[in-house]
Structure formats: structure tokens, C-alpha cells
Design a protein around this ligand. Structure first.
Ligand code: COA
Length: 171
């Protein structure tokens, strides 16, 4: 464990997890073995980080998000409250051979509250997923998606401002 990490007394953090300096871990958070969390992150109430999950620097993971094995998160990523990640594309309780399907959230991306992320996709750099979306396909960098299923709704800049149509340059 690094120095300058705040861990609320109610949190359950494996001593085999690596947590970067300045990260704050709030009420009832659970962090499993071999998870790696970067510097300056905030993990809000009831977050669950599965074993061997990697989370970058300066991420904000909001209340009640479970980041399952197979999900990896870059730097500066925002994950809104109750976002549902998945890691089993065709779940069956009685299938003993189920396999993890990976999902990647690239640096700078944001995912709005209550979105569902169907596994096997990449959410590109600085992309934004609108609240409540169900994301079933890759999201291109600097792209806003919304709806169920989530569809591209335009390009955005680093701050999330809409760019005029046809102005797809990345900045
Ligand atoms: C997508 C978002 C960023 C707004 O983008 P915007 O460009 O300002 O969009 P607007 O508010 O102008 O809405 C544009 C259209 O998209 C629709 N829309 C907005 N948000 C939507 C959403 N989450 N899902 C589906 N449609 C949405 C609007 O109803 C509107 O539709 P219309 O053109 O038929 O009237 C915002 O709505 C959102 O979902 N933010 C995430 C909030 C959040 O979860 N924060 C987490 C921390 S609390």
C-alpha cells in the first residue's frame, strides 16, 4: 500500500491490492486481491473492484459501481453512479466453462449514471456515454453516444462540449 491513501474504516481492501498515492476509498468499498488502482482516484460509497482489475490515475468511480474482472480503465475516467459493467456476454448460471469477455475504457472517457456496458467493447478516449445508455458496440474517441442501444449522437471535445457537425477533429 502506498502512503497518503485514505481508506474509510468500513472499506475492505486486500493487502494484495496496489493503490496509488492520493487515492481516496470511501464507505463500504471492497477492493480485491491484485487490483491496481492509480494515483489521485476517488472510489465512492459501495464501489466493488474485482481481482486483478486495473484502474488508471485520477479516475472518479461513483457510488455502487462494480468493476468486474476483465474491465480495464485508463486515466482520468469518470464512471457515474450505478453504471453496470458486465464480463460474461452470454450468462448462464449453470455453465461451468464461462469465459470472461474484456472491456476497455480509454483515458478521459466518461460514462453517465445507470449506463449498462455490454462486455467486449472499447470506449474510446474522451468519449461520453449519456446517462442510462446501453452500450453494445465500440465507442469511437471523442464521440457522444446515447440511448438503448447507444448510438453516436455527435462529436465532442475534451471537456465534453459538442462540436459542430462534420467537425470531427480530435482536440
Ligand atoms: C448526454 C448529455 C451529456 C447531454 O448532452 P447535450 O448535448 O447537452 O444534450 P441535450 O440536453 O441538448 O439533449 C439533446 C437530445 O438528447 C436527448 N438526451 C439527453 N440526454 C439523454 C440521455 N441520457 N439519454 C437519451 N437521450 C438523451 C435529449 O432529450 C435531447 O433530445 P431531443 O433532441 O429529442 O430533444 C447528458 O444528457 C447526460 O446524459 N449526462 C450524463 C449525466 C450523468 O450521468 N452524470 C453522472 C454524474 S451525476
Amino acid at each position: 500500500m502506498q502512503e497518503h491513501v485514505y481508506i474509510h474504516p468500513s472499506a475492505n481492501v486486500s493487502d494484495k491490492a496496489r493503490i496509488g498515492a492520493g487515492t481516496k476509498i470511501w464507505i463500504n468499498v471492497q477492493i480485491r486481491e491484485n487490483a491496481q488502482i492509480g494515483e489521485g482516484c476517488i472510489l465512492s460509497k459501495d464501489v466493488y473492484v474485482d481481482h486483478a482489475v486495473h484502474i488508471g490515475d485520477r479516475c472518479k468511480i461513483q457510488n455502487s459501481v462494480s468493476v468486474y474482472n476483465g474491465v480495464s480503465i485508463g486515466d482520468d475516467v469518470f464512471v457515474g453512479p450505478n453504471v453496470a459493467f458486465t464480463n460474461d456476454r452470454v450468462p448462464r448460471a449453470f455453465n461451468p466453462d464461462w469465459r470472461i469477455t474484456e472491456t476497455r475504457v480509454e483515458s478521459g472517457a466518461s460514462i453517465g449514471a445507470n449506463a449498462t456496458i455490454v462486455c467486449g467493447i472499447t470506449i474510446g478516449e474522451y468519449a461520453m456515454v449519456a446517462a442510462g445508455s446501453v452500450v453494445t458496440k465500440n465507442v469511437a474517441p471523442y464521440t457522444l453516444v446515447m440511448g438503448n442501444p447507444a448510438r453516436p449522437a455527435g462529436k465532442i471535445d475534451k471537456m465534453g462540449n459538442r462540436l459542430p457537425e462534420g467537425d470531427g477533429h480530435e482536440q
